[in-house]
Design a protein around this ligand. Structure first.
Ligand SMILES: [Zn+2]
Length: 364
């Protein structure tokens, strides 16, 4: 299969428009028309990882952290990023990254961390704002089903674990076709009444163009009437961090020891223990301390993330147990998400997780 088929499958799971504004997820290097010779999965692209791909004979690296974050005016190999770029290009290796789009996606990075901890009843800690639209169109009755299905196929109608959600209302449309038109019904120059169905449905904003195209294709009218409305509803299935519950409460010490073991953390930093039982757990892989207020508001007993600033320990120590487990440690199992997306879709593709621990932080 071609690299672009693999990339498309990854983008289906975590669409690139879900990434945060600062991010640069997506194709970093390479041509996707090439046949894939194997995929190496990693958290970070380092020179050792590119070397590993070369040794394996793989021409695709899939990483969580993007290799490229800024514009380059020259490539001289002066830092590891430039050296990785040059080495990947020299060896015809494509690099594709799934970063905050995978953090924000349902079943993404934070779901994997929650799975490792054994959390149930997961909810997004900070659902994405301003990312949903309502779409309304008016269709002659006999064509309502065709248009409705075309809208669903284009990505409309998903609410939680339900798809095909829409609302239908019958009414009467009016129009008068002017000279030069080719009306589907009614006569040129005559006022016309038509039995129409109003269809309302919901969609992610980033699918607007595709939905508009599908509507125009499926709608019988020369000039279909339709409206997109911006919604103030949050997208509850997409966003930063998750919160969920342990099956059985644990003492703070038992819980922290278990986390240390599960994530192979050299040193778990945490706020003082006050004897609370841990049942509700909020978390965010990587640098997730910005979600601390949300974790407190969600009445979580503990917040786990990869990086926390010194003063945040002071600020939140009475509200919640804060545990910092390291950026790499918190996100290391992201490779397993890539693996599970690809293994069933591409059973003949050689897929391997890197054997290199790319964590640049060492513990004495
Ligand atoms: Zn990260």
């Amino acid at each position: 299969m071609k690299i672009k088929e693999i990339v498309n499958a990854l983008e289906m799971f975590a669409p690139l428009p879900l990434q945060d504004g600062f991010d640069n997820a997506g194709l970093q290097i390479g041509l996707t028309d090439a046949e894939a010779t194997g995929a190496l999965l990693c958290l970070d692209v380092t020179e050792a990882v590119v070397d590993e791909a070369v040794t394996l004979g793989f021409n695709l690296i899939i990483s969580h952290h993007p290799l490229i974050f800024r514009g380059y005016k020259s490539l001289t190999g002066k830092d590891y990023v430039e050296r990785c770029i040059m080495k990947a290009i020299k060896n015809d290796i494509a690099v594709f990254s799934m970063h905050t789009n995978l953090d924000n996606a349902p079943q993404g990075v934070n779901y994997k961390i929650a799975e490792k901890i054994g959390l149930k009843n997961l909810r997004i800690l900070e659902p994405k704002e301003n990312s949903l639209l309502k779409m309304v169109t008016f269709v002659p009755s006999d064509y309502a089903e065709k248009v409705r299905m075309a809208l669903f196929d284009a990505g409309c109608g998903c609410i939680g674990n339900y798809d095909s959600c829409s609302y239908t209302l019958a009414g009467t449309g009016t129009f008068r076709a002017q000279k030069g038109t080719n009306p589907f019904c009614g006569k040129i120059g005559e006022f016309h009444y038509e039995d129409e169905i109003r269809i309302e449905t919901i969609l992610p904003s980033f699918k607007k163009k595709a939905v508009e195209k599908a509507l125009i294709k499926a709608h019988p009218y020369e000039e279909p009437a339709y409206d997109f409305y911006a919604l103030e509803n949050n997208w509850m299935q997409v966003g930063a961090g998750v919160v969920g519950e342990l099956k059985e409460p644990e003492t703070e010490t038992d819980f922290l020891k278990r986390i240390k073991k599960t994530f192979e953390v050299g040193c778990v930093k945490h706020t003082s223990l006050n004897g609370r039982l841990i049942q509700t757990v909020a978390l965010c892989g990587g640098a997730g301390a910005f979600l601390l207020p949300k974790a407190v508001a969600a009445h979580a007993d503990v917040f786990i993330t990869g990086e926390v600033k010194y003063h945040d320990y002071f600020y939140y120590e009475h509200d919640i147990l804060v545990a910092e487990i390291g950026h790499y440690e918190s996100e290391q199992y992201t490779k397993e998400i890539f693996f599970s997306i690809l293994k069933d879709l591409f059973p003949t593709l050689d897929i391997q997780m890197t054997r290199i621990n790319t964590n640049p932080i060492k513990y004495l």
